[in-house]
Design a protein around this ligand. Sequence first.
Ligand code: GLA
Length: 392
Amino acid sequence: MQDLNKLWKIFNEKFTDTSLVKGAFSAPGRVNLIGEHTDYNEGFVLPMAIEKNIIMLGQLRNDRLVQVFDLVYKNKRKFSLDALTPLKKDTWANYLMGVMDEIQKAGYPLQGANLIFTSNIPQRVGLSSSAALEVVTALTMAKLNSLKIKPVEMAHLCRRAENNFVGVSCGIMDQYVSCLGQKYYALFIDCRSNDYELVPFKNHNYQVVICNSKVQRGLVDSEYNKRREECKIAAEFFKYKLNRGVRALRDVTLDEYKKYQSQLPEVIARRARHIILENYRVQSGVQALRMGNYFAFGQLMIESHQSLKDDYEVSCAELDLLVDLALKQEGVLGARMTGAGFGGCTVNLLRREYIDAFEKMIKQGYKKITGITPVIYVTPPAEGAKILELRG
Ligand code: GLA
């Protein structure tokens, strides 16, 4: 439900007016076009915000209480800004509490608030509904409290909330693009310097199409942490070998990799190869988009998937099937898994006129083999977090 009048009606049924400032805010999910698992290796990523959002309505309170209703799962929670510790039950509220905790730790004063939120971002399928919840909470609390927090700082606050409070050691990509995305632009992020650049994605002949496999392996969290560890081992190795201040796999060139890779354990060597080549692919991808060469971009997506499947080993049978089916369709320039992996979504680049045929064939082909009907989303690059309304 995304109709603001209806949402205010619900808000007014749940809370008595405090006569203080109130507003409505939104933050989008994201899909990563290329650059997977590179963010925590201080490398490059190229995500875009999608046309799926979390909307939060809020009003400031005179005290330190926060009351929040999640309209999607019909959950509610009340907590004090003076007692922010992670919950074991109702863990969804940790995303909000964590953000408020980080805002306060950064030295910004907060007052309590009454909040409701709703979402049309599917959860746990790699489209960053968690980052969107963090970002919309940060924006809501910042604006209601008249705090001047810039989008980049907001992204960092939200990431710290996820790392420290929720306990997921994610990189910076998701929060960044949810804060900074722009309509018809992908966001090229250097995850070391945190510099970013908007890359036009405006050719209306081509369209990004997301396929939700509707599977999610429990493995995702443990394997994610394992990959981080493996990358760290590889980075340590090159730091020692190259003796020139290597901090992360981002610093290792392909030639250096080739020279020393045989001295690494086989699995670690493959993990490193994925990261090193993926960083090159992101940079080439940005060049390709700038030149309007969507065909070249599609090829890089295909290579990225192969590498995630064989070297990084974070794909799964269902994602591979979606990619294989996609690449057999006419008008498809590229297809790859997106996000952390082990289920979730693929991202595809298509010529616009083939979208209907693609949707039909993917649904049929995937259902025939897995028994599951995938969900397909067609979305141009969308706007990042924004104020929908601010009153009083
Ligand atoms: C998850 C994390 C991101 C990133 C991706 C993999 O989405 O939240 O920070 O590491 O996995 O590219």
